[in-house]
Design a protein around this ligand. Sequence first.
Ligand SMILES: [Zn+2]
Ligand SMILES: [Zn+2]
Length: 345
Amino acid sequence: METQTAAWLEAPKPGARLVIRNDIEIPTPIDGEILVKLEYTGFCHSDVHSIYGETPMDTDIAGHEGVGRVIKVGPGVPETMLNTRVGIRWQYSTCGSCEICAVNPTVCPNQHNSGRDVRGTFQQYIVAPAKQVTKIPVQLKSEVVAPLLCAGLTLYSAIAKAHLSPGEWLVIPGAGGGLGHLGVQIASKRGYKVIAIDTGEAKREMCLKLGATTFLDFKTNKVEEEVKRLTNGFGVHACIVTAGSEAAYTEAFKLVRPLGTLVCVGLPRLDFDLPISPFMMVVKGLHVVGSSVGTDKEMEELLEMAVHGDVVPQIAVFDFDEINNVMERLARFEIGGRIVLRIPQ
Ligand SMILES: [Zn+2]
Ligand SMILES: [Zn+2]
């Protein structure tokens, strides 16, 4: 058996730590699969939720933002795929044949997810279905593209679901974070007016530089009052809640104008219900929509934006053996931008 290095999890639980092991089997691609030698992987906040047992996890290797090269193809996969650079996403596979897939496969009930129920990208080698991986344009560096595979795609799709027209107002709470800062760039390039909410001078500077129309500091500004003042008293056309906090959802409903859209992305504890009454939904004619990652087409469109320099992830790269340290700091929201781990070669 050929073995490899991986960050292995004994069992999900609060405060769990990963064990760097060198005895994990290198998988063999079967029908329609490829073997990928990973170069970089992002470390998404939802991996922390999985590893800490806050959301379901049924495998022993997390990670779902992997970039690497195809080094082996299974039966039925053209040899031309060898040596191409591909991305492994959260959506490891979908059934492609159910009624949901026919409309939007991101919510296929038969899907498998990297790092949730199949081994993820915190390892040197991963197998994946050839038709589900993302081809990475040559112009983009592996470490820079990694965060686009989940964080970027998630924001791209969430913004699309808000159905805005240029000139309309979008508010992004947590705009300076790993998801938010990508949303600011995508939305402003689309011509939407972005109100970035976060705190601190560094985040203010970054959000404004990335294209936000205005920045509100939730520690020093009266956010609701300011948002209403900026939007003729009505509130914004859409709000994308990237933060996984109950407070963020409670606040969001106060910022959206009648007929506006609230897009749920961030995950608070699983038994938290949206803080809005049917009465207020009716009176304001609101739209509420959930969004998880995005489609292949949305992925392609986002990579196209990245190739043109319209979306540039701000990344912090760490060595693979720092993974536990990084996870603890990530859990405490101590690291700015998106975390990327260098896979040992
Ligand atoms: Zn993710
Ligand atoms: Zn399906």
